[in-house]
Design a protein around this ligand. Structure first.
Ligand code: S3P
Length: 171
C-alpha cells in the first residue's frame, strides 16, 4: 500500500519548501500538487480560477490527489484547500500520513508576499480573507492530521526535522 507523507495547512505554511527538504532527507520523490494540477490543465492556478471558477479547480485537485495512489511513496505538498472536500480527506487517510503545518494568518500573508498568485487572497482584503478562511478551515486541518506542527518561528530545516521525528511514531 502506498504510504505518502501529505503536508497540509494554510497558504504560506511552508508545505512546498519544507516538503522538498523532507523528500531529500528521506530520498523520496517530492510532489507539489498545485504543480501537478497546472501541468494537467496546461494553465496556472490563477487562470483556472479566473476562467472556470473554484469548483472546477477543486475537481482537478481531487483528481490529482487520487492519481497519486499508484505512485511510489512520496512527500506531497497539498494545496491549502485540499481538506475542504470529504473525499479528499478520505484519500489522505487511506494513502498516507498527514502532517498539518500550522501558521497564523498574519505570518501566512507575510510569507506568501505577492498574493497575486493565490486567487483566494488576491486583492486589497487579503488579511481579512486569510483570517476568515483560516478560521473556517482550522478544524478541517486538525481532523485530517495525524501530526500537527507549529511552523511559526521555525525555519524549514527545523520543521523538516520535526516531521521526520514524528512520522516514525504514526507511520
Ligand atoms: C488554495 C491554496 C493554494 C492553491 C489554490 C487554493 C487554498 O495552494 O491550491 O490557490 O484554497 O488554500 P498553496 O497552499 O500551496 O498556496
Amino acid at each position: 500500500m502506498t504510504r505518502h507523507i501529505f503536508l497540509v495547512g494554510f497558504m504560506g505554511a511552508g508545505k512546498s519548501t519544507v516538503g522538498r527538504v523532507v523528500a531529500q532527507r528521506l530520498a523520496r520523490p517530492f510532489v507539489d500538487l498545485d504543480e501537478r494540477i497546472e501541468a494537467v490543465a496546461g494553465r496556472t492556478i490563477r487562470e483556472i480560477f479566473e476562467t472556470d471558477g473554484e469548483e472546477a479547480f477543486r475537481a482537478l485537485e481531487t483528481a490529482a490527489l487520487e492519481a497519486l495512489s499508484g505512485e511510489a511513496p512520496s512527500v506531497v505538498a497539498c494545496g491549502g484547500g485540499v481538506v475542504i472536500r470529504p473525499e479528499n480527506r478520505a484519500v489522505l487517510k487511506r494513502d498516507g500520513v498527514t502532517v498539518y503545518l500550522q501558521v497564523t494568518a498574519g505570518e501566512a500573508i507575510a510569507r506568501v508576499g505577492d498574493t497575486g498568485t493565490r486567487p483566494l487572497l488576491s486583492g486589497p482584503g487579503a488579511s481579512l480573507a486569510a483570517t476568515t478562511l483560516l478560521a473556517a478551515r482550522e478544524s478541517l486541518y486538525r481532523t485530517a492530521a495525524d501530526v500537527t506542527i507549529d511552523t511559526v518561528s521555525r525555519d524549514a530545516d527545523e520543521v523538516a526535522d520535526m516531521i521526520i521525528d514524528s512520522i516514525g511514531a504514526v507511520g
